[in-house]
Write a protein that binds this ligand. Sequence first.
Ligand SMILES: Cc1cc2nc3c(=O)[nH]c(=O)nc-3n(C[C@H](O)[C@H](O)[C@H](O)COP(=O)(O)OP(=O)(O)OC[C@H]3O[C@@H](n4cnc5c(N)ncnc54)[C@H](O)[C@@H]3O)c2cc1C
Length: 445
Amino acid sequence: MYDTQVIVVGAGPTGLTLGIELARRSIAFRLIDAAEEPSRGSRGKGIQPRTLEVFEDLGIIRAILKAGMPYPRVCLHPGPFSLRLGPLGGRNQATERVPHPNLWLVPQYRTEEILRERLAQLGGQVEFGTAFEGVSQRMRGVQVRLSTGELVTAEYLIGCDGGHSAVRKALGLGLHGETLKRETAFVADVNVDELDHTDWHVWPFAKGGSIGLCPLPDPDHPSLFQMMSPREPVEGIESAIQRVAGCHVSRIAWSSMYRPAVRMVDRLRLDRVFLAGDAAHLHPPTGGQGLNTGVQDAYNLGWKLAHVLRGGPESLLDTYEAERLPVAAAVLGLSKQIYRTRSLKRGETTNQLRLHYRTSALSSGKPLGGLHPGDRMPDVRLADGTRLFEQMRGTHATEFVMREGTRILIRPDGYIASIGKQPVTAFAGEPIHPIDASGTDFDPS
Ligand SMILES: Cc1cc2nc3c(=O)[nH]c(=O)nc-3n(C[C@H](O)[C@H](O)[C@H](O)COP(=O)(O)OP(=O)(O)OC[C@H]3O[C@@H](n4cnc5c(N)ncnc54)[C@H](O)[C@@H]3O)c2cc1C
């Protein structure tokens, strides 16, 4: 007997997403975090279109949209003149297939708060002040040592404990890659009075390196900005901002240092222990990929863990590493390129809508028009006026039956498992929600 089915270490965006995925499938788990209280920093503020779709499925899209705002225009201040550019990623119209086409700005502390609220609705909670200290793997399961002195047994352990991951270290896995800059970069949340809060202000030639001030949506603090700089200003935050912007800093809410790096593990699983999020891959902030990739790791792993814990084949869990390791490598390559070239180009390259699992063992059948097994299923307006994404919301798989009997089986995480005319037998035991696609003008090309 086990004390619980799964132990999730770390309640950042990755661990919280995994907690929700397990809670809504009635899997018993403990979600622990070493910190005494939730983190306050705005850090990962860019939520990509694919993650917005994940959040729609998790039931938090309204709260996320309400808490955030579109990315602001970049306003460069290279000298006495200012130059106004467009917003990162542009402003794209929603389409039937892509309901959330733009990068959405939400401070990470708020995203985490919304995820925690959803977890609480589902009966889950974070155990703050409880650190992972060690693990021993057993024949079938793990025994985990916690800072509370407890020894807890579980069937699986998932390390979502960030860049300094103690779980990763306990497994003896290294983070391979490179640090992009020797000095530590600086980030802070500051209230700056009298500065236009609609633009993302950048002073590229400030003394000691560029200074960026990105407005943050926070109803309690209407003049809040995320300050980013390649190093901590020697003269202090207030003086540096006073000098470049001529504005007064009325509050410093939070500050931190980080070292921009692109690094990742070469395995995401060792027997009954898995890694997800920053514990497995570290990104520079450029391109806004870190939080998004972690959330999607958890979204990929959650339904598979639940399926196996309910008696499904263990081999399903091998597809987590097979699917997510190449994605992490591709996303890291992209973040590094954006960091090196200082490119402001965003949109299709960074929105994560084109990430796919085409070579996965779970993907079968022939392409239909432009749709391949392993691709993200696009949204579709159905004949009864509802959207396919509404019908997909929840923990089930979905079967989309088209004219002439072609069936598209959609996994619980929204990717196409198979396309073909044969009745689907995959995910035996999982509920499959059938949708009649006749009467829609769905065009897979
Ligand atoms: C300035 C900046 C800007 C960024 N901008 C973006 C962006 O626009 N878009 C984007 O996608 N990403 C961005 N990121 C990256 C993003 O913040 C991270 O990728 C994200 O926080 C990773 O989430 P995580 O849950 O995997 O790890 P974390 O958020 O690091 O969470 C790990 C959790 O584990 C806990 N923990 C650690 N050790 C233990 C232990 N031994 N036991 C128990 N708990 C433990 C920690 O307390 C923490 O709560 C940015 C980062 C920075 C610094």
